[in-house]
Design a protein around this ligand. Structure first.
Ligand code: FAD
Length: 530
């Protein structure tokens, strides 16, 4: 029997979205943040390039909006773009106030980078470890706040809705009361109850074989919301980063596009520059175009990777500007990025789709909010402009916080949250077989649902994932709960959501490229909603 842990706000996830929301509401109520590993283990910590915001007179909000709309290929929600980007300079001020140290020029102004798809230099950065610096500062602030409790190694399994609770509910549908959470250390499931529950669990790129994301990116929040009947949108739009370090068998490592922004060139095995063949903007074209260019070049030449060439640039500057990438390449492959060619391949990087929200982060379920990469706000449309995602996490967390601190939660009557049913066993043999399903899902998704898709491939993927999904569900129902099992189950749900969404879009737009439907069609100028 585990006792219920109560708070005004339950925040699931400790990346930029969860932490910034928590910091904004903590003066108005108690906040429990749960995080499935150590708190700093989040996609946020791995962001290298930076965070986009207009901060100079030579730039304008309208230009940032225009660049975002162009990248989004017709599917951006104009109100979301406007809301996030026009308030971006204020959100940068929040970060600075919370103690984030951005890299500055000699005269003290922000040192700005330009990345693919941006018409201006507007990307603030902290060397090439922007996310780590943001995460450090926010976590430090959150730990100091007396109203915030952080529960590390606590994994949310499912949100609690009126389907689970007993009692005297006045309204009989669509309310969130918190989440069932697995405390991994004690191996018990604890109900966390809250007036407001916030899903800020990040992305799901680990559903693909090659991914730039850390292991936490298993789409738990989106899967939980889907199981609870919450609306999910645009899961077909997965961004593949064009350049992750090619180092087979090892964890992917991102080679930030800031290197291309700085003048790096992409060349093939014969040392020929190839991007100008695919797009006039060459290396600085939006990510989907660069990723497809690399994919096409590799397939045409049957090569396992292409190369990023920085050798023509000032060696001292390259080393000082990208210290993290320099060190990683040195350690992993013994190459000096200022003198040697860097082998690169595309890898799954970012989810534009997710849990559908309003501009205030409100989902289709009462008292349930979704923020950051787990959410679909409409900011990115069919393709994310580089460095807009950290800002998305900040901007909509602010909006959500402003909404909930001014709103008393509705009283739905008395509720009793039952304990988690802990019965079940672990059949080791069956678990080994079930676990193989993870690699199988990742291979299917990479092979059939990757950078370039077709109806035939998607249908093949659908059939295979369906069988695996059933196997995992059967095992889940009779087994004792574990973190690995929860994540595997969630990844199967994410695979299903991506394939189902992709099959509904018979066109090529932004990040969704179908060989049998190579053009955009006005018929699909709408979100894919599940
Ligand atoms: C290598 C890399 C480089 C990037 N570079 C940039 C960049 O330069 N600029 C930019 O704008 N964006 C960049 N991005 C994208 C950006 O980092 C993410 O989109 C953003 O950080 C997401 O923030 P978040 O708060 O939504 O999620 P995250 O930072 O991923 O945080 C999610 C949190 O939820 C927790 N969690 C997940 N599931 C559960 C569960 N079931 N129970 C409890 N806790 C859970 C995780 O442990 C984690 O703490 C990059 C991403 C990567 C991987």
């Amino acid at each position: 029997m585990s006792s219920i842990i109560n708070s005004d706000y339950l925040v699931i996830g400790s990346g930029i979205a969860g932490l910034s929301f928590a910091l904004k509401v903590a003066d108005h109520g108690s906040v429990n943040i749960i995080s499935k590993r150590v708190a700093g283990e989040a996609n946020t910590s791995y962001a290298q390039g930076g965070i986009a915001s207009v901060t100079t007179d030579t730039d304008s909000i309208q230009k940032h909006i225009d660049d975002t709309l162009i990248a989004g290929a017709g599917l951006c929600h104009h109100d979301a773009v406007e809301s996030a980007l026009s308030n971006a300079p204020e959100r940068i001020r929040d970060l600075v106030e919370w103690g984030v140290n951005f890299t500055r020029t000699d005269n003290g102004s922000f040192d700005l980078a330009r990345e693919g798809g941006h018409s201006e230099y507007r990307v603030l950065h902290a060397a090439d470890m922007t996310g780590a610096e943001i995460e450090r500062a926010l976590l430090e602030k959150a730990r100091q706040h007396r109203n915030i409790n952080i529960y590390e190694n606590h994994l949310a399994i499912d949100i609690i809705t009126e389907h689970q609770v007993l009692g005297n509910l006045q309204s009989a549908f669509n309310i969130c009361f918190g989440a069932y959470v697995l405390s991994e250390k004690d191996n018990v499931v604890v109900p966390f109850q809250a007036s407001y529950t916030v899903i800020a669990t990040g992305g799901a790129s680990r559903v693909f074989l090659h991914s730039t994301n850390p292991e936490i990116a298993t789409g738990d929040g989106v899967a939980m919301a889907y199981r609870a009947g919450v609306r999910i949108a645009n899961m077909e739009f997965v961004q593949f980063h064009p350049t992750s370090l090619y180092n087979p068998g090892k964890r992917s490592f991102l080679i930030s596009e800031a290197l291309r922004g700085f003048g790096g060139l992409l060349i093939n095995g014969d040392h020929e520059r190839f991007m100008p063949k695919y797009d006039a903007r060459a290396e600085l074209a939006p990510r989907d175009i660069v990723a497809r260019g690399i994919d096409a070049e590799m397939k045409k030449r049957r090569e396992d990777c292409v190369f990023l060439d920085m050798r023509h640039l000032d060696s001292a500057e390259v080393t000082s500007r990208f210290p993290n990438i320099y060190q990683h390449c040195k350690d992993a492959l013994q190459i000096d990025i200022s003198k040697d060619l860097i082998p690169v391949v595309p890898a799954a990087h970012y989810f534009c789709g997710g849990i559908m929200t309003s501009l205030n982060g409100q989902t289709s379920m009462q008292n349930l909010y979704a923020l950051g990469e787990a959410a679909h706000t409409g900011l990115h449309g069919a393709n994310r402009l580089a460095s807009n995602s950290l800002m998305e996490g900040l901007a909509f967390s602010h909006n959500a916080a402003m909404k909930v601190i001014n709103k008393r939660p509705r009283n739905f009557g008395s509720v009793i949250i039952p304990d988690w049913d802990e019965s079940g066993i672990v059949d080791e043999k069956e678990w080994v077989l079930t676990r193989h399903n993870l690699k199988e899902i990742q291979n299917i998704m990479w092979g059939y649902v990757g950078i370039v898709r077709s109806k035939k491939q998607l249908n093949r993927a659908k059939r295979r994932v369906h069988v695996i999904y059933q196997e995992i569900e059967d095992y889940y129902k009779k087994s004792k709960i574990s973190g690995d099992l929860v994540e595997l189950r969630n990844l199967a749900a994410i695979a299903f959501l991506i394939i189902t969404s992709a099959l509904r879009r018979n066109e090529s737009r932004g990040l969704h490229h179908m060989t049998d439907y190579p053009d955009k069609s006005d018929k699909y100028l709408k979100d894919t909603i599940i």
